[in-house]
Design a protein around this ligand. Structure first.
Ligand code: PRX
Length: 631
């Protein structure tokens, strides 16, 4: 079985084989990696438990596959390019040999601190090279990394640390973000006040800031490096040992820790990268995501490195010093494959073509989109003005839980149609079902998107709460993995993702549960109750609309709005800030006390005359008040 497919016929053959003989198919793909011991059974699965295991009995270390394996042929090839926030700061590059050395040194520091195989390590760091070293160093020694996006608040960091009982935190003094300098260690300090499991914190010096170091807990990275070895032997891991935990929001409760394991994740991250982007030797791949999200895990680090690619990480933001920054970086580093989010495309589109024209974008060959539906206008702008009409565009649909890209065009091979993710990758078996779970056959149909067969990088559990994993993904429809998305299948069988059908909203490609934001809002002492819904937002895809009941209705001022926003920033982080806050005296509830979110969504969408049946409401007058006050 060819690892990288190169024609539509090859795709069709591979896809057919992956469905008719999935074990043979994945055996052949997994052979392309380096195993210390080969697996003895390919797959055991049961979606009702759920219990999924791949490459059973196999032994490996993913970093040997990302780094050591390439040394003979590519030791001096650039593995990682780091572009700083400030265009005037010199970028850094690391060859495969140098990256292995850096990862080994960080791994040896972690060992010196007492980190052992199976320990959970929270990484709360900005996009600096040490973040990449840290992730890979954990994998090197078999520690389970739990990367927390550096925009989350102290309360969020603490929740995540406590949920997985991390004993170690890796962080930095502060971070650059556009024109701003933002504290990072101080956030960790605040979090650690409520995290008794943490024994040690390792701090990277990025800004030369004076920070408070608690001894003996806190250690400077540059000091800890003193005297450590340049090589660290890789820990031999079982295929099904956890590789990482990554927290993501669901429709209920606090964010859950999605668990991925070593063998299956490796195989699928490597396979999907090679095929979707059609990476060719010596090309430069740039994924603009933050390593704090799954996109950064799979397509800044693991996927590209597993393929011996040159991958770039960027510390800055798309709009600073001006909205031409992405295009300037592509020009500067001759980027060939560029992978970003629709929100970024829409905001740069709004900034105008004058920010694009000064730069030479001839190096580009493939453009990718991820994280949220891309509207046709943005797709065409991307294709025309960035790709100059000659680049392949891949709209990649997947989730934190899937570990890798599931439905997408394979660049130049399978069809790419604006606003459509396209066909499933080999090994991926999507199915559309109706509300009762009956399969919707044929084309030009719409339904709930599920998967009927496991793929190697399907989540294995949600950390510490397997039942939650079962209920969330495997209980809605018997024997199916439920994605939470609605989708359409067009006349050619291409999938178009419509969006979430649960109480999850996707703001600029970031997932939040409405309940999670409501809980945050309700922490404000002036608030009695709240209800949050998403509404269409030109740039962010979805905006956050909050209906709030105050204890004292006379306090419904802009000042109170600001205070509530501040509460959300403290509880979750700036990324979850409500865009609109409407103060109300009541919420539309049924007689059984359930909020009718359908009505709130319609009002937030501005569809005041299409509210449907409101007769079952306890107090229909509330709806009139809400309509009258709509923002
Ligand atoms: O609703 C889908 C949307 O993002 C959700 C997954 O979010 P997250 O786990 O944070 O992962 C984001 C990056 C993989 C999905 O359930 N989504 C992701 N990619 C697309 C998308 N919606 C439409 N088109 C996409 N290409």
């Amino acid at each position: 079985m060819k690892f990288q497919l190169s024609s539509l016929e090859e795709y069709q053959t591979a896809y057919a084989e992956s469905v008719s003989h999935p074990e043979n198919f994945w055996n052949a793909i997994a052979e392309h990696f380096q195993w210390r011991t080969k697996w003895n059974r390919t797959l055991e699965w049961n979606f009702n438990a759920p219990d999924v295991q791949w490459f059973i009995g196999g032994k490996l270390n993913i970093t040997e596959n990302c780094l050591d394996r390439h040394l003979a042929a590519k030791g001096d090839q650039t593995a990682l390019i780091w572009e700083a926030n400030d265009p005037n700061e010199i970028s850094k590059t690391y060859t495969y040999s140098q990256l292995l050395r850096e990862v080994s040194r960080m791994a040896n520091v972690l060992k010196k601190m007492g980190v052992q195989k199976g320990d959970r390590v929270c990484i709360y760091m900005p996009m600096i090279p040490e973040l990449s070293f840290a992730v890979l160093a954990c994998a090197r020694i078999g520690a389970i990394h739990s990367v927390v996006f550096a925009g989350f608040s102290a309360a969020s960091v603490a929740d995540r640390i406590n949920d997985s009982q991390c004993a170690f935190v890796l962080t930095s003094d502060g971070m650059y973000r556009g024109a701003k300098q933002i504290p990072v260690k101080a956030v960790v300090d605040e979090a650690l006040a409520t995290c008794p499991s943490v024994q040690k914190a390792l701090v990277v010096n990025r800004l030369n800031w004076p920070v408070v170091m608690a001894t003996p807990r806190d250690v400077w990275y540059h000091e800890a490096l003193d005297g450590v070895d340049d090589f660290c032997e890789a820990e031999v891991m079982d295929s099904e040992d956890p590789l990482f935990i990554l927290y993501t929001s669901g429709s209920t409760g606090k964010p859950k820790g999605v668990v991925h394991t070593c063998g299956g994740y490796m195989v699928y991250a490597g396979y999907s990268f090679a095929n979707v982007f059609q990476y060719r030797a010596n090309e430069i791949f740039w994924c603009t995501a933050d390593i704090g999200w799954v996109t950064g895990h799979s397509y800044i680090l693991y996927g590209p490195l597993l393929n011996g690619a040159t991958t770039m990480m960027f510390e800055g933001v798309p709009t600073w010093p001006d909205p031409g920054r992405f295009w300037q970086v592509i020009d500067k580093h001759h980027v060939n494959l560029f992978y970003t989010a629709p929100t970024a495309i829409r905001s740069l589109m709004a900034a105008g073509i004058d920010h694009v024209l000064p730069y030479n974008l001839h190096s580009l060959r493939v453009l990718g989109s991820v994280g949220e539906p891309i509207n046709e206008e943005a797709w065409h702008w991307y294709h025309t003005h960035i790709g100059k009409g000659r680049c392949e565009v891949v709209d990649t649909w997947w989730q934190t839980e899937t570990g890798g890209i599931m439905i997408s065009a394979l660049a130049g091979i399978t069809p790419s149609k604006p606003a459509h993710a396209g066909l499933p990758l080999p090994g991926i078996q999507p199915i559309l079902v109706d509300a009762e779970g009956h399969e919707i056959l044929g084309n030009e149909v719409e339904g709930y998107l599920c998967m009927r067969f496991p793929w190697p990088s399907i989540l294995r559990t949600t950390y510490g709460d397997h039942e939650r994993c079962r209920i969330n993904y495997f209980s809605t429809y018997a024997n199916l993995y439920f994605t939470g998305d609605g989708a359409r299948r067009d006349s050619d069988g291409l999938y178009r993702i419509i969006g979430r059908v649960d109480d999850v909203i996707n703001v600029s490609g970031h997932r939040f549960g409405t309940a999670e934001i409501e809980n945050a809002i309700n922490q404000n002492k002036k608030v009695i109750e709240s209800a949050v819904v998403g509404y269409p937002h030109d740039i962010k895809g979805q905006g956050i609309y909050a209906y709030i009941i105050l204890a004292d209705a006379t306090q419904g001022s802009d000042e109170t709005r600001d205070e509530i926003i501040e509460t959300v920033c403290e509880q979750i982080g700036r990324i979850a800030k409500p865009d609109k806050i409407q103060f109300v005296s009541g919420l539309p509830k049924t007689r059984s006390g359930k909020i009718m979110r359908r009505i709130l969504r319609k009002v937030a969408e501005g569809e005041l005359h299409a509210l449907g049946d409101t007769t079952t409401l306890l107090d229909p007058l509330v709806v009139e008040e809400i309509k009258a006050g709509a923002l």
